[in-house]
Design a protein around this ligand. Structure first.
Ligand code: NAP
Length: 261
């Protein structure tokens, strides 16, 4: 990363693929300067070149493994060192582990907790403190539709997203009086590298709910603009989330197990 200018920056984690790329494109189209974070440095550099050329914004690349201890502290140290004032945090990086819980690679499970929960929390904590002090800032936390319901075969992943949903909605209320907007985006199945990374071949039934990443990212940014606590993009996904309020929890689990197998 090289030094930045005086205006605010939007930081997008998981910007090398899928939803993160779309968040970055949409923010760049709004004229926002960007910090792009992920491990795949080539993909980040390619996106940075595309956005700089198309929108004349400043883009910095931070190659970082967010599963490493203190990765969030290291990222904050880098952006502070460059004098970048991050006023928008898109806490998007994450991945799933599909299959029987007790058969999962335990190191992979731990990395998932480190990225989806620990790094996301520490980033919200570190950048949130600055935002509250300035009385201005915006944070989008990417959860999942699975955060609304216990989901066999995605058991630990769904639990990480229940955490993100709960954290984000609580922070929405804590930080709103200080001028900071916190919004949770809870997507359903979206056409990214997610299922491949998770080791999951989605069924034809599940694919009926598939959304493209662009409208999902747009829904997240729109909800952030509108100051909402949470948004579930897509009519079918909205219906699924809503149905969890009126149906027994055991029924959600059985439906999710059948749908996600
Ligand atoms: N697609 C879906 O169906 C779906 C549904 C609900 C929620 N979500 C959530 O949406 C978010 C974005 O996922 P996606 O669908 O866009 O999947 P994706 O295409 O696989 O993108 C995941 C992003 O996370 C980054 N990432 C993963 N591990 C990382 C690590 N250790 N350090 C730094 N970055 C890391 C990846 O970058 P590198 O590999 O380059 O590091 C990549 O940029 C995730 O939080 C996911 O849980 C997705």
């Amino acid at each position: 990363m090289s030094a930045g200018n005086g205006s605010g920056w939007a930081l997008v984690t998981g910007a090398s693929s899928g939803l993160g790329v779309e968040f970055a494109r949409l923010l760049a189209a709004r004229g926002r300067n960007l910090v792009l974070v992920a491990r795949s440095v080539e993909a980040l550099e390619t996106l940075a070149a595309e956005l700089t050329a198309a929108h004349r914004v400043a883009v910095r690349v931070a190659a970082l493994d967010l599963s490493q201890p203190d990765a969030a502290i290291e990222l904050k140290r880098r952006t502070d060192g460059l004098g970048l004032r991050v006023d928008t945090l898109i806490n998007n990086a994450g991945f799933g582990v599909h299959g029987e819980f007790v058969e999962a690679d335990s190191r992979r499970l731990q990395q998932m907790l480190d990225v989806n929960v620990s790094a996301l929390t520490q980033l919200a904590r570190l950048y949130g403190e600055d935002m509250r002090r300035r009385g201005d800032g915006r944070m989008l936390l990417v959860a999942s539709l699975l955060g609304f319901m216990a989901s066999p075969v995605y058991a630990a992943y769904a639990a990480t997203k229940a955490y993100v949903l709960s954290l984000g909605e609580a922070l929405h209320d804590e930080l709103a009086p200080h001028g900071v907007t916190v919004t949770v985006l809870a997507p359903g199945l979206t056409d990214t590298a997610f299922t491949r990374t998770a080791g999951h071949e989605a069924s034809a039934t599940l694919k009926l709910m598939l959304m493209q990443p662009r409208p999902v990212a747009e829904a997240g940014l729109r909800a952030l603009d509108d100051g909402r606590a949470c948004v579930v993009p897509g009519v079918l996904n909205k219906l699924s989330a809503w149905s969890t309020r009126i149906t027994p929890r055991a029924m959600h689990r059985r439906i999710m197990q059948a749908l996600l197998a």
